[in-house]
Design a protein around this ligand. Structure first.
Ligand SMILES: [Zn+2]
Length: 289
């Protein structure tokens, strides 16, 4: 293991960056499965529990988990073979259509794969052959899955947000991104700040503006990047949310008062903070003094 860590090939950026980008492409393919199946699995679990409490037999549904069965075409049920399941490449070769019935495949799949690959490669370039790259990859992959799940279902599953909090704290035991005390205060501050905003908003307007998942996601970002980045993340995500929300209302794609998931904006804020947080905060204080 130690000899692997000292391997000059792995620490060579010309080898590491393409390798991590390729890894990101395959992880992106798996994230598509997580984004699609995890909310369905949770829903099934909740329905079963509810039925159980009422003393009824739980609803029967197709059994699946994140590992199997293999994906199939939603139109014709054609089982997607390993050759048709190569990230990005299969989509391009099949020109975005099912190999059997030619029904079009959502461009979301190659989009998530390309995004994950690009972010992974960028992380390898930024942090080099280090523990920080490993951490950044875990952070990025979780954030991408959360953003798309929240966008689709307005849900940020505890199964991702809570492990993300403690994995962030674990990485900062050796100050991978920030010293441990800053990470712990970050996790608490992240949760409490949005919790306070939530209750303030609810007391004033009587409406719920966010969900508890948002608090946990910001707690996770604080655990990874420290409390100093929290104002930046909140500011960025509120700004992005306002600009995109108003644009959608302007384009009449969305109505005022319809809840817009906040998670994707928090996720985007977290991404910016991971890569450029230090620079942005330093510039802000340089301007302020
Ligand atoms: Zn088909």
């Amino acid at each position: 293991m130690l000899s692997l860590l000292n391997d000059p090939l792995l620490s060579d950026p010309y080898f590491l960056i393409p390798l991590v980008t390729l890894l990101g492409l395959f992880v992106g393919s798996f994230l598509n499965v997580v984004i699609h199946r995890l909310p369905l699995m949770l829903e099934h679990e909740w329905l079963s529990q509810a039925a159980d409490l009422r003393g009824e037999t739980p609803p029967q549904r197709e059994r699946f988990n994140l590992a199997g069965p293999a994906s199939h075409c939603p139109h014709c049920g054609h089982k997607i073979s390993a050759l048709e399941n190569i990230p990005l490449l299969s989509y391009l070769v099949l020109r975005g259509r099912c190999a059997h019935c030619r029904a079009s495949i959502s461009c979301r799949y190659p989009l998530v794969e390309t995004l994950t690959a690009a972010l992974s490669g960028y992380a390898a370039w930024r942090f080099g052959f280090s523990l920080a790259t490993l951490g950044a990859l875990i952070f990025l992959w979780s954030i991408v899955a959360l953003a798309f799940i929240d966008f689709d279902t307005q849900l940020l599953p505890d199964d991702i947000t809570l492990p993300l909090v403690w994995i962030g704290l674990a990485f900062n035991l050796v100050a991978t991104f920030v010293p441990l005390d800053e990470a712990v205060i970050g996790a608490m501050g992240g949760y409490l700040s949005l919790w306070a905003v939530y209750w303030l908003f609810k007391l004033i307007t009587g409406k719920e503006g966010m969900g508890y998942g948002d608090f946990k996601l910001l707690a996770a970002i604080g655990a990874w990047l420290g409390w100093q980045t929290l104002p930046l993340v909140i500011l960025l995500s509120a700004l992005l949310g306002a600009v995109i929300g108003l644009t959608l209302i302007g384009l009449k794609r969305s109505e005022r008062g319809v809840p817009i998931p906040f998670g994707p904006y928090l996720a985007l804020g977290g991404l910016v903070a991971l890569f450029w947080g230090d620079t942005l905060i330093a510039r802000y204080f340089a301007l302020a003094t």
